[in-house]
Write a new protein. Sequence first.
Length: 224
Amino acid sequence: MSPIRRVVPAILTNNTADLERMVRKAEEFASWVQFDIMDGLFVPPQSIFQADIAAVKPSFEYDVHLMVHHPESFFPGFMAAGARRLTIHFEAIPHVAGWMAYFKGNGLEAGLALSPETSWLDVTGEMAATANALLLLSVNPGYYGQPFMPEVLKKAKELREKFPKLVLGMDGGINSTNIADVARVGVDEICVGSAIFNTSDPAESYRQLVELAELGWREYDEKS
């Protein structure tokens, strides 16, 4: 069993006022959060950037999911802003394992993200050994509120069997109707955006999602 299991609030916005609101709300119930960063090139929308996050001074630890072209140009800024983990897309940069080693050499955790169309067979043992976490996108990256792609569950199950000790995450379209299914295939970090922040009570929504995920994790453990 992975030493890390958690539901991760995912913050995606291009509005600094919304960023402040979401950060302050997440501080009430979460110790680890994911910021989704978009440059308008790798995916069409553009989001807030490192200076905006640094300005709100989050009290939680956070992962930066970089949905950008040339992510290496973002590394120094997010390191300085206080990121705990940088997650880069397999599709966005060559020499992925080398960059993840660079993160770890600078005291950061290293994450690797795969878009839905990318086969997990492209992930080499070297990459898996270098990464602290592997994030599977269960929607096409870039927008809140997209429908969950259930076929990604099969990818997660196969990756869990191949890399049993790797922290495995999933992000996109996850809500109360499917979060237990995600946990049942052995996903450790379950990232949720709109099903937390687009509700009247984000803290209560988060609590309910955690309960459902824990049910799925118990069932996974019982059959493992």
